[in-house]
Design a binder for this molecule. Structure first.
Ligand code: MAN
Length: 359
């Protein structure tokens, strides 16, 4: 398949928020088209807050609702029992702390989706006490009516890793609606319109025990606050590139054939994980009906570029935005590469449909 691609953003394009901090990655962007055809990205900027060369580990905790300011929890190295694959620190007291804290920056792209029109250095959206004390991650944005709706991962002192929702009319000021899917539930993407009078979301709850593999669920809401009628609709497949865990990627894209959903799938575990991207197609009227999916033996996009194979987390393509090109014949997919950079890839819609297996 012909894929045109480009790295749009890398860590060195941004200054750290504070003198001692370091930008570790710009990744996993939300993407939405403006009425003037340009495309807005909300990119996740992940920073480490350990004062350089001090040998000290600190965990920043948001301390104000108004400003981007922090308290610092000091972490003693002897209290760390083990480190996770992302460098998260599992502590003696049973708690886990992240090595980075993330916020979002707003980038405007030209209408072709391949070039930067403007880049805003100020954080546009950060965590705050009670809604992302430890930061916010992996946004997805859709426009329903006049309202932009953003789902994002909020990591909070009492609520852990949950999915929150915020609404905006201008992509600048956000009205925070709080948690919609409680911990541990990430990878939430809203459909860009109501179906049979209800808002619909894909999301990915995780259990504590391995009765099932983490899979993509669907939920419905009359008002964006109360969500229910949940069930798992797309699962990892034995022997596949998506065998270990999967999660919704970009918000579904409406096509004549159905809702086109780009997702990520993981094989293997711990240090050897490989994150690839695939697609599935859902019935327009009944989004619980799967019409087609990327086959077991060949992902739609394998992390084969150097910027996907080596970075903060090697072998990761993590799509979080998908937008129809102006000619409506191509799909622009916005992803994190190796948890370090943001890329755009242009794929023909017909080619995507041709590559899928129909049920
Ligand atoms: C998890 C999350 C993402 C990250 C991927 C790949 O799903 O932490 O933010 O991009 O892993 O490492």
């Amino acid at each position: 398949m012909k894929i045109q691609d480009k790295v749009l953003l890398k860590p060195t394009d941004f200054k750290p928020s504070f003198i001692d901090w370091e930008v570790k990655g710009v990744l996993n962007p939300a993407a939405v088209r403006l009425p003037d055809k340009r495309i807005v990205l909300y990119v996740r900027v992940a920073e480490s807050a350990h004062p350089k060369n001090s040998g000290m580990l600190t965990c920043p905790i948001m301390s104000s609702e108004k400003e981007y300011t922090f308290d610092y929890q000091k972490i003693n190295k002897k209290d760390i029992i083990r480190m996770g694959r992302w460098g998260e620190m599992y502590l003696k007291d049973g708690l886990c702390r992240l090595p980075t804290i993330s916020h979002f920056k707003k980038i405007v792209l030209t209408a072709d989706g391949f070039n930067i029109d403007s880049l805003d250095e100020k954080p546009i959206f950060t965590g705050m006490p009670g809604d992302g004390d430890y930061g916010v991650e992996d946004p997805r944005i859709v426009k329903i009516g006049q309202s932009y709706l953003m789902t994002y991962v909020s990591i909070s002192i009492n609520e852990g890793v949950s999915t929150s929702l915020a609404a905006s009319n201008d992509l600048i000021r956000w009205n925070r609606k709080g948690i919609i899917f409680r911990e541990q539930n990430k990878d939430a993407a809203l459909f860009p319109e109501k179906i049979k009078g209800k808002y619909v979301a894909l999301h990915r709850p995780e259990g504590f025990f391995e009765f099932s593999r983490p899979s993509i669920w669907i939920s419905y809401s009359p008002d964006l606050t109360y969500w229910g009628r949940e069930r798992s609709i797309v699962q990892p497949r034995v022997g596949s590139w998506d065998r270990r865990r999967i999660g919704a990627g970009a918000p579904p894209v409406k096509t004549k054939k159905g809702w086109l959903c780009i997702y990520h799938g993981v094989k293997e575990e711990e240090k050897n994980s490989v994150y690839s991207a695939g697609a599935f197609l859902l019935d327009l009227k009944n989004p619980e009906k799967i019409l087609a999916r990327t086959p077991i033996n060949k992902p739609l996009i394998f992390p084969e570029k150097i910027y996907e194979q080596s970075g903060y987390m090697n072998n990761v393509i993590f799509p979080t935005g998908a937008i129809l090109d102006n000619d409506k014949e191509d799909l622009l997919i916005y992803s994190g590469g190796a948890d370090s950079v943001v890329s755009v890839k242009k794929l023909g819609i017909k080619d995507i449909f041709k590559s899928m297996e129909y049920y």
